[in-house]
Design a protein. Structure first.
Length: 127
């Protein structure tokens, strides 16, 4: 298996881990499922690791893209990467300005990221 493919799968795992913190919180809040201390510890761990996984995904994503096409040009991967960077910048904006509205935009951008991911996987050469 090539390094590019390993990085691609690594990025998928990181993206799934990043999304898991939101999904786990939604399950706890909106279902009648009883959650125990292990579930709560997993939630806390996911929250603590979220920014580090985001930074790792940003670095791993750009490395994957450059290794795959050996140049910097517009393609579905760079659009996906740009959206991921935007999500990180939204968080930084929220931290600097103490504005709580960044969370809503962050979640909306998440939908765009998963849409861009589907395009990148299934329609890579659309651009």
């Amino acid at each position: 298996m090539s390094t590019v493919r390993i990085l691609a799968y690594t990025n998928l795992v990181l993206l799934a881990l990043l999304a898991s913190s939101f999904v786990l919180r939604r399950i706890k809040r909106h279902t009648g499922i009883k959650t125990g201390p292990t579930y709560n510890k997993a939630l806390k761990a996911a929250g603590r690791l979220h920014p580090y996984f985001g930074m790792l995904l940003t670095i791993s994503g750009i490395t994957h893209g450059y290794m795959a096409i050996r140049t910097v040009r517009l393609n579905t991967g760079y659009i996906l990467w740009g959206l991921i960077v935007t999500m990180g910048l939204l968080r930084a904006y929220g931290a600097i300005t103490k504005n709580k509205n960044w969370v809503k935009i962050h979640r909306f951008t998440d939908i765009l990221v998963f849409t861009a991911l589907l395009f990148h996987i299934f329609a890579r050469n659309i651009i």
